[in-house]
Write a protein that binds this ligand. Structure first.
Ligand SMILES: NC(=O)c1ccc[n+]([C@@H]2O[C@H](COP(=O)([O-])OP(=O)(O)OC[C@H]3O[C@@H](n4cnc5c(N)ncnc54)[C@H](OP(=O)(O)O)[C@@H]3O)[C@@H](O)[C@H]2O)c1
Length: 281
């Protein structure tokens, strides 16, 4: 078994490679040095030459607000490059794992989204990731689409790091409490993605750490776990206008994981505690 992972410099790609290496699976993590996702020819030539049995596609255009101004570039990376990667996977008969997002849904109401619920992305990034999903489904039979949300990992920027940094210079913070979802720790997700890559239980899945919270709840828990005394005040999203609209409801059902016999990820509070330990907090 040989696996190619895109986005090695990103939060998720880095931990997926770490997990594969820990399992002694032959693998390569690609960066812009090997190919840019915008250079189809170079990307396809590289993948064909390496000839993996599976591709875990972690690389993406992830600047959600900037995407509102860079619509074409976002589409090129998240949609068109995904399509071309799927085409080369088909050609070499490789499985493909495409990482997607809660942003493919409208994000209204309070119900947990099932994998096949209606899609209605509310921003450019969400639309580009959905178009990536649709391309994968159209081209391949051997695919996994894994929707995740609120990602934190060692290798990159994330909400936990932002909160810890803000706490160095503030004794009061306001955090939104009307967006509800689930954090996803890359170390935990990497284990599931490797299990998937080594299986043939293809399909669409939701995979986040267990439990739901608001960003406000998440911030309070981080400060509690890191033993940081700070005054955190809950505020509505309207207090932080953003260029790209954010979903209020990111609850996603994990029924599909259960039905396929995959383990759910641990509780998010357990994950954030382990992450803080990894950061030496
Ligand atoms: N972060 C979240 O909260 C979140 C939520 C839901 C879903 N997701 C999805 O989860 C996956 C992993 O996210 P992440 O947080 O690990 O992302 P990340 O830390 O932002 O990493 C993105 C990766 O993609 C690479 N990349 C971007 N444009 C590229 C290009 N043109 N050519 C080659 N590589 C390129 C980046 O390389 P450089 O370092 O060189 O730029 C980086 O390695 C993505 O599919 C994302 O859409 C993320």
């Amino acid at each position: 078994m040989k696996i190619l992972v895109t986005g090695y410099t990103g939060q998720l790609g880095f931990d997926v490679i770490r997990e594969l290496k820990a399992r002694n699976v032959e693998c390569i993590g690609t960066t812009r040095n090997e190919f840019s996702l915008t250079d189809t020819e170079k990307m396809q030539a590289f993948v064909k030459a390496y000839k993996p049995d599976a591709v875990i596609h972690c690389a993406a255009y992830t600047a959600v607000d900037k995407a509102e101004d860079e619509v074409e570039l976002c589409d090129q990376i998240n949609h068109l490059a995904t399509k071309e990667l799927a085409n080369v996977c088909k050609e070499i008969n490789a499985k493909m794992i495409y990482i997607s997002t809660d942003y493919v849904f409208a994000g209204s109401g309070e119900d947990f989204y099932e994998v096949n619920d209606e899609k209605a992305p509310q921003n450019v990034y969400g639309k580009s990731k959905l178009d990536g999903e649709l391309a994968v489904q159209e081209i391949l039979d051997k695919y996994f689409i894994v929707r995740i949300s609120w990602v934190f990992g060692n290798n990159g920027k994330n909400f936990i790091k932002t909160m810890l940094n803000l706490a160095k210079t503030h004794d009061k913070l306001t955090v939104v409490n009307d967006q509800i979802g689930s954090p996803t720790y890359t170390v935990d997700l990497a284990k599931l993605l490797c299990d998937m890559a080594l299986s043939d239980k293809y399909g669409i899945y939701h995979a986040t750490n267990e439990g739901i919270c608001s960003w406000y709840d998440f911030a309070c828990e981080i400060f509690k776990q890191a033993d940081i005394k700070i005054n955190v005040k809950p505020v509505p999203s309207t207090a932080f206008p953003t260029k790209a609209k954010r979903p209020h409801n990111s609850r996603m059902s994990k029924k599909c994981l259960d039905e396929a016999g995959f383990n759910r990820l641990p509780a998010w509070k357990d994950a954030s505690l382990r992450y803080l330990q990894e950061l030496n907090m």
